[in-house]
Design a protein around this ligand. Structure first.
Ligand code: MSP
Length: 497
């Protein structure tokens, strides 16, 4: 089972390209694993409780539930607009989630890992987390509000889990990827862990603790549990263990501590295994800074889709931003990459091949030659792409597919089929190029599902790339020949800079 999750997004904010980046990466991965014939569950959703949402609602003059309903729809719509293929969309205000959170709380409580205490100190509203006096000035400089809080809280005894977590990390070297993030998490654990508060009495927008209704669950304890809820935890669903065993979380580096320290400890406490892996990526920066409401530098996905189309949007963020380090987004960079990779490389290959098939082969696509000089490049592209998707490196997977496109274009230029007389020779060259297009449609389909389906149908193939199964469908020679090839308008019209 391949179970991939995104963070659940707060409903106090509009979806922006940073949120889209994580969701898109999860989407492309899910699509790749479906192609491999794996049973796949892809989860995203919204984080709807807590002080931040309660305050946003108050500022908008509506109830927290109205705030949540209004903004959850924005995320649903944003993902629809990007062709996101999630299997489930979780909202933390759903009854199934209440049940799962209460069940997890009870399990940790029964284990003796939750105890009553008092908290007095500083709290960052934007981060929904207590902060130290040392951290406060920097947060305030970033425009994040820090307030004094004093209340009775239940605490999760995280300090008891130091050794268990270090042992877990030792036994599961791939738990947090990339390595640099793993080291960060281990370093954090080694510094010594403090118990963390898991309940609030100062707000009521949350899930009550099962044994003490005066308290609502701290938003992070509540939020992290969404991954269990959607796998069927607490519902008696017999498929839960299988789903949970395949869980992989995709997150931004901002929420590493919660996912890589708190979460595995909570799970161990409840007698559950931590997930397979947490894949951590960097930030998408705009003008060198992280997007935020206060900096007014957020970009809505829809505004770019207008110019670049859904596939143009998807391709850009998957190919341009390496999964791991921070990356700078610029509009000019997006235009340049679109023109180079989509309008020129892929678009030209399709257009040229269809034109020459029309002029030299009466519009019927010939079959590839079994010992084509391109066969080896195609096999290499598949191997490299498969390995890259396997290590959650979409930009490298796409680079492998685009290398094959460039090789096919070079092969056409070297052979100049447009100058050849109709006959066996021109058929061999075009058959090979059509086969490359078929393979590229498969390899690129997780990133550009619309364009991949269009290429597939222009080649005269039945069905769609997503109905194929890898690795069988990637074997050289799958294009049968004898199919009508359609020209059609440019796949990706060129954009002026
Ligand atoms: N609600 C919590 C997560 C709970 S998960 C159990 C939260 N929500 S959030 O709305 O603030 O979204 C955070 C996530 O959005 C990041 O971890 C990252 O996946 C994505 N991004 C937000 N801004 C981003 C960038 N500028 N760049 C890349 N991703 C970013 O935290």
């Amino acid at each position: 089972m391949f179970y991939v999750t995104t963070p659940i997004y707060y409903v106090n904010d509009e979806p922006h390209i940073g949120h889209a980046y994580t969701t898109l990466t999860a989407d492309a991965l899910a699509r790749w694993h479906r192609l491999l014939g794996e049973e796949t569950l892809f989860l995203t959703g919204t984080d709807e409780h807590g002080l931040k949402v309660q305050r946003a609602a108050a500022a908008n003059g509506i109830t927290p539930q109205e705030q949540a309903d209004r903004f959850a729809v924005r995320f649903v719509e944003a993902w629809r607009g990007l062709g996101i293929s999630h299997d489930d969309f979780i909202r933390t205000t759903e009854p199934r989630h209440h049940r799962a959170v209460q069940r997890l709380l009870q399990a940790c409580y029964d284990r003796g890992d939750i105890e009553l205490g008092r908290y007095e100190g500083l709290y960052s509203v934007a981060d929904e987390a207590y902060v130290t006096a040392d951290e406060a000035p920097e947060l305030e400089r970033q425009g994040r509000q820090v307030i004094r809080m004093e209340e009775e809280n239940y605490f999760f005894r995280l300090s008891r889990y130091e050794q268990a977590l270090l042992d877990w990390y030792e036994a599961h070297p791939g738990f947090v990827q990339p390595e640099i993030r793993r080291n960060e998490a281990v370093g954090f654990i080694r510094q010594g862990l403090k118990d963390f508060s898991i309940s609030r009495t100062s707000i009521d927008w949350g899930i009550p603790l099962p044994w003490d209704q005066r308290h609502v669950t701290y938003v992070w304890f509540d939020a992290l549990t969404n991954y269990l809820t959607a796998a069927g935890y607490g519902s008696g669903d017999p498929a839960f263990p299988v789903r949970w065993a395949g869980a992989r979380h995709l997150i931004g580096k901002d929420i590493l501590r919660f996912h890589c320290v708190y979460w595995p400890a909570m799970l161990l406490s409840a007698g559950l295994e931590p997930p397979q892996a947490v894949h951590v990526h960097g930030f998408l920066l705009v003008g060198g800074e992280k997007m935020s409401k206060t900096r007014l530098n957020q970009i809505a996905p829809a505004s770019l889709v207008e110019t670049f189309g859904v596939d143009g949007f998807r391709y850009h963020f998957l190919a341009d931003q390496r999964f791991g380090p921070d990356g700078e987004f610029t509009f000019e960079g997006m235009v340049a990459r679109y023109n180079a990779d989509l309008a020129n490389n892929l678009g030209n290959l399709m257009a040229r091949v269809a034109a020459v098939v029309a002029s030299k082969c009466g519009g019927m696509g010939p079959a590839p030659s079994p010992r084509s000089p391109l066969a080896e490049a195609a096999a290499r592209a598949y191997e490299e792409a498969a390995a890259a998707w396997g290590r959650v490196a979409p930009s490298e997977a796409l680079e492998a597919a685009w290398r094959l496109i460039r090789e096919a274009n070079a092969y056409l230029e070297a052979n100049e089929p447009w100058k050849m007389e109709p006959g066996r020779q021109v058929e061999a060259v075009l058959g090979d190029a059509l086969e490359v297009l078929r393979l590229v449609a498969l390899l690129a389909s997780p990133a550009v599902p619309g364009a991949a389906a269009e290429v597939w149908s222009r080649l005269g193939l039945a069905g769609a790339p997503e109905e194929q199964r890898l690795p069988a469908a990637a074997a050289w020679g799958g294009y049968p020949g004898g199919l009508p090839v359609r020209k059609g308008p440019p796949l990706f019209p060129r954009l002026s800079a």
